[in-house]
Design a protein around this ligand. Structure first.
Ligand code: FMN
Ligand code: SF4
Length: 656
């Protein structure tokens, strides 16, 4: 059955104000970090064009700032700069060549920003500091409100000149308009504060100005925060009232429905795999029942089946698939072709999309090394048809194999274990993280499609290489746990990998040592707490699972850790582990780093998440082989995170 038959709701065309969409799949707005000097680039054009070519029904380009007082990120687009127009044209022409409409999101982040880049005070309805940035903004004066409205108009005008099919006002996660709408951040006593009508005034005036500038033939959408989940903030009822005002204005063509505030509930902005798919659909559903405007639903739509179901059930009229199309630009085309199983499903890991953008880096994707590089020609092999053996079917080995096969080589992968995936499989076995394992499933699907042979229970050694005599050997044997000096000779001092692989099964009280700062310690801590262990995590860092903040997982980890009774001790390192002669229990001495003061714990097990050591014996043995070109990739070069394994695999596989 074709996709249009299999997903009848997704592929039903629809009118959106003055334009027609071929299908209901939206590639919604998200900052990319691709701007240079505040202007869009060819990186943007190629990035959006790839999703348009891949079948998206509508693209909404990343947010542009409407005023110099708003520069939340280093690479924010200065929509008010007339120089954007020529750059916009390049972007819109590239997308229109694929026959797909493109809107521009425009915004002012108000107090949810920083003066770090602009060196100007933040502007907001009232001097209420944002909980994340903690910077007290300047309350807008009447004249400045007019400047903001004019800014929206100016930027909308630039979008028209730049060839966009319309604009979307971001009044959702992070926006001065949201701050005006919300009783939590709008404490004004003038005609822009107080009653709901007064709080909605700025939005209404912006809509009038923007509609005046774009005219009747372009789309105007408004993305609303439908539940701030903040004490005293905007509720769903408030948002419905605003949506009714928008509808009554006759100037708005659709509403987008999201929940949470970026800086107060960031884990709901780009929700990770710990939040259920479709978590924000209830607000879309409520808006749809309240108004006749088309509603865009958002939030962890990752596969066409689920997206079609949201439409079929009447929750929304359009579905935002953002990370789903970052990971696989051909998401829509594959669904349309009736091949949803071919979609490279997003993991909702947030590592290279949200994580990099929040660090002011260019957006990427752990699964898709081409993200942000679509404007570059795909690397091609100088000598196709080589006989390639990859040792190890972890993410680095599999990516090498599929990239090499794509480049025209004959590739086989030998894996010593009974399954592919290496550490990814272990990581995916911790509570709430099963979706991480989809990475390997996606890679294996692609390997199968490309004819790569993957064999299990086949360790590679020098003898095997001599017998099979490949032209190229790529060693992807990964890393091994490093035993801490303080744990030597203690059987119950183990690594998280020992626990996750089932080699040991700790019980009783467990001290988990987190020196990695990512999911290794926190995931294992949850697993053990779920099994009834009494768990404490100790780290030399200031926070357990420090880097979880980058993937929007920290807040939720803290909530879950508290619920599961997991203790956390920061700024401490393990100095010594002894064994009680009488009870056999482990006696752990910890040092408080700022003072060196020591304290003790008596536990049944110590489980370590520590930096690992490369497993590079095979590479070292064969690197000077006279007839087999021997390369290595991934953790056996240097143990890192999965994004680097995939990027390196792609690089090596395409360069053979
Ligand atoms: C890196 C990143 C940044 C985002 N920033 C914005 C933004 O500036 N404006 C916005 O309306 N939504 C933003 N979003 C939210 C997306 O539009 C979308 O609602 C969210 O990713 C949930 O959809 P998904 O699960 O399909 O990714 C962002 C999402 C990501 C992944
Ligand atoms: S980095 Fe992770 S969450 Fe982001 S698009 Fe890729 S797979 Fe999805």
């Amino acid at each position: 059955m074709t996709g249009t038959g299999r997903f009848p709701h997704l592929f039903r065309p629809m009118r959106l104000g003055p334009i027609t969409l071929a299908n209901r799949i939206v590639f919604g707005a998200h900052p990319t970090g691709y701007a240079e000097d505040g202007l869009p680039t060819e990186r943007h054009a190629a990035y959006y064009a790839a999703r348009a070519r891949g079948g998206a029904g509508l693209i909404i380009a990343e947010e542009q700032s409407v005023h110099p007082s708003d520069r939340p990120r280093e690479r924010t687009i200065r929509g008010f700069d007339p120089a954007v127009v020529a750059r916009h044209r390049k972007v819109t022409e590239a997308v229109h060549r694929e026959g797909v409409p493109i809107l521009a999101q425009i915004n002012h982040n108000g107090g949810q920003s920083t003066s770090l880049y602009s060196r100007r005070p933040l502007w907001a309805p009232s001097p209420v500091a944002d909980p994340a940035f903690r910077e007290v903004p300047k309350a807008l004066e009447r004249q400045e409100i007019s400047e903001i409205i004019d800014g929206y108009g100016l930027v909308a005008g630039h979008c028209v000149e730049g060839g966009f099919d319309g604009v979307e006002l971001q009044c959702a996660h992070s926006s001065i308009v949201r701050a005006f709408l919300s009783p939590a951040t709008n404490r004004r006593g003038d005609r822009y504060g107080g009653s709901p009508a007064n709080r909605t005034r700025l939005l209404s005036e912006i809509i009038s100005e923007v509609r005046r500038r774009i005219g009747p033939d372009l789309v105007l959408g408004v993305r609303l925060c439908c539940d701030e989940l903040v004490d005293g903030g905007t509720t769903l009822e408030d948002a419905i009232a605003v949506a009714r005002v928008l509808e009554a204005s006759g100037k708005v063509d659709y509403v987008g429905a999201s929940i949470g505030v970026s800086t107060a509930a960031p884990h709901l902005d780009g929700a990770s795999m710990h939040i259920p798919p479709g978590y924000a659909l209830f607000v879309a559903n409520a808006l749809r029942r309240a108004v006749d405007l088309p509603v865009i639903g958002a939030g962890r739509f990752k596969d066409p089946v689920q997206a079609d179901r949201a439409l079929a059930d009447g929750h929304c009229d359009l579905v935002d698939v953002v990370r789903g199309q970052i990971a696989d630009p051909d998401f829509a085309a594959k669904a349309r072709a009736g091949a949803p199983e071919a979609v490279r499903v997003c993991l909702s890991c947030n590592q290279d999309c949200v994580g990099r953008v929040r660090a002011n880096r260019r957006l990427g994707c752990v699964e898709n090394p081409r993200v942000g590089r679509e404007f570059l020609p795909a690397l091609s092999s100088r000598r196709a048809g080589r006989d390639v053996l990859v040792a190890g079917a972890g993410p680095a080995g599999l990516q090498t194999a599929l990239a090499a096969a794509r480049a025209g080589h004959r590739v086989r992968v030998y894996e010593a274990e009974r399954a592919a995936g290496g550490q990814v499989l272990l990581a995916a076995s911790t509570p709430g993280r099963a979706e991480f394992g989809v990475l390997v499933r996606n890679q294996l699907t692609e390997c199968r499609r490309l004819g790569v042979r993957v064999e299990y229970g086949r360790p590679v050694d020098a003898e095997l290489v001599r017998r099979e005599a490949p032209e190229v050997l790529v060693v992807a044997t990964g890393a091994r746990p490093r035993r801490p000096a303080w744990g030597r000779g203690r059987e119950r001092v183990v690594d998280v990998r020992d626990v996750l692989s089932g080699r040991v099964r700790p019980s009783g009280s467990v001290l988990l040592v987190d020196e990695v700062g990512f999911h290794q310690a926190t995931g294992t801590a949850e697993l053990l707490a779920d099994r009834g262990c009494v768990v404490e995590v100790v780290t030399s860092a200031m926070v357990v699972g420090q880097d979880l903040a980058t993937t929007l997982d920290l807040e939720n980890w803290c909530v879950r850790a508290t619920a599961k009774g997991i203790g956390e001790t920061c700024d401490h390192e393990v100095v010594r582990v002894g064994e009680c002669a009488r009870t056999g229990r482990l006696e752990v001495e910890l040092a408080y780093l700022p003072t060196g003061e020591t304290s003790g714990r008596t536990v049944d097990w110590v489980v370590c998440a520590l930096p690992q050591a490369p497993l590079d014996g095979l590479y070292r043995a064969l690197r000077r082989h006279p007839s087999v070109q021997t390369l290595r990739v991934g953790d056996c070069v240097a143990p890192r995170r999965v994004d680097m394994a995939v990027i390196e695999g792609e690089r090596i596989g395409t360069s053979l």
